[in-house]
Design a protein around this ligand. Structure first.
Ligand SMILES: Cc1ncc(COP(=O)(O)O)c(C=O)c1O
Length: 392
């Protein structure tokens, strides 16, 4: 843990911190209850529902009893996922190495307890998805932060890992590409370097591939294309527009699958049956998912250009996901205050960088562009007026 993080953690009884995006959402909802119209660029979830065929399949299944499934998940779903790896990544994955999980969030819990003993040190990037730190701390693991830089496109390198490991060794590395909050994605060569560095250092790699599919500079590379030692975690939440369905999956090395299965049996029994049925159908509905992605791609350009025009620092648009992580140096050195003021005065909700980076996050705000194009345009116009009026 960095000094800054441990200092922050020690202020709380167990080291957990709030998810500030949710605090902003709560305030935005309160304003809406008073009749204000808010542009929601704070939470990272698609505005669209799942594909129509997904809903139809669930409606058909609903009258039947929905018992537990096999702990690892429905055979049909895991076969579908194996087919997904064959088609999208050109790799043959044994369905028996796949576990259907309650979103990738449950995948993290299974992965940590499958591969490590509590107390183990697990490296994550800074900035990074806030639940990584909080889940690790909550479960008794020790997060080690690897700082990334805007100059390097927020991309993790093998050199970053080796440097951090020399300072303080760690047992595991959890990282996402494309990443939240920066949208940064590593290339095949860069991922190969990360995989090789982890192997050389004896570090268990956990690859969070939740934003795969939502890639604007070429297809995402799965760690499974380069290694069978990695634990891969993925989800139906983002690409398939199924956040609330709480369904995801993980792929494990042969040496870990039985332990993961045992943990799943005891911690969760199985992933929700209806959601597994929905997910099996969603895998075949990539055309629908691609339509949503095309809309995000337009929003990405629109929002990126608009933010730069307004004076936000955004040297380049992210490679994937649906986030712009923009510097606010010109306006403020307190991201939470900036976001709260912008919400109150302009009715635009965004997430303060301190959610993702407890050290340098005060200089950044994350905007999600998963909403409609109209809401991006309104948000930009409102921010223009808000910034022109001055913040004092
Ligand atoms: C990088 C990353 N991983 C995991 C998650 C959790 O997703 P799920 O809905 O699959 O639990 C999120 C959600 O925003 C995320 O950004």
């Amino acid at each position: 843990m960095t000094e800054e993080l441990s200092e922050l953690s020690s202020k709380l009884t167990d080291g957990l911190m709030p998810f500030f995006a949710m605090d902003i959402l709560k305030r935005a909802k309160a304003l809406e209850a008073q009749g204000r119209a808010v542009c929601h660029l704070e939470v990272g979830e698609p505005g669209a529902p799942p594909a129509p065929k997904v809903i139809e399949a669930v409606a058909r299944a609903l009258p039947n009893p929905q018992g537990y499934t096999n702990a690892k998940g429905l055979d049909g779903l895991r076969q579908g996922l194996a087919l997904y790896y064959e088609r999208q990544h050109g790799v043959a994955i044994d369905p028996d190495l796949i576990v259907a999980t309650m979103g990738s969030s449950a995948g993290f819990i299974l992965a940590f307890h499958t591969a490590f003993k509590p107390g183990a040190r697990i490296a994550i990037t800074r900035p990074g998805y806030p639940a990584y730190v909080n889940t690790l701390l909550g479960l008794g693991f020790n997060p080690i932060e690897i700082p990334l830089s805007a100059e390097n496109g927020w991309r993790l390198t093998g050199e970053d890992i080796a440097r951090a490991h020399l300072k303080m060794s760690f047992d595991g590395l959890l990282f996402a590409s494309p990443a939240n909050p920066t949208g940064a994605a590593v290339s095949r060569d860069q991922l190969a370097d990360i995989v090789a560095t982890c192997r050389r250092l004896g570090v268990q790699l956990i690859s969070d591939e939740i934003y795969h599919g939502l890639d604007y500079s070429g297809p995402s590379v799965s760690a499974l294309e380069l290694s069978r030692d990695a634990i891969v975690i993925n989800s139906f939440s983002k690409y398939y527009c199924m956040t609330g369905w709480r369904i995801g999956w993980m792929v494990l090395p042969e040496s870990l699958i039985r332990r993961a299965e045992i943990l799943q049996q005891n911690l969760f029994i199985s992933a929700p049956t209806l959601s597994q049925i929905a997910a099996t159908v969603a895998l075949e509905e990539r055309e629908y998912a691609e339509e949503q992605k095309a809309a995000y791609a337009q929003n990405r350009q629109l929002l990126g250009r608009g933010l730069r025009e307004l004076g936000f620092e955004l040297p380049r648009d992210g490679d994937g996901a649906f986030y712009a992580y923009a510097g606010i140096k010109k306006f403020s050195n307190d991201a939470m205050d900036f976001c709260l003021t912008m919400l109150e005065r302009a009715g635009v909700a965004a997430t303060p960088g301190i959610d993702f980076d407890r050290t340098d996050g005060n200089g950044y705000v994350r905007f999600s562009y998963a909403g409609t194009q109209a809401s991006m345009l309104i948000a930009l116009e409102r921010m223009r007026a808000f910034l022109a009026a001055g913040r004092s």
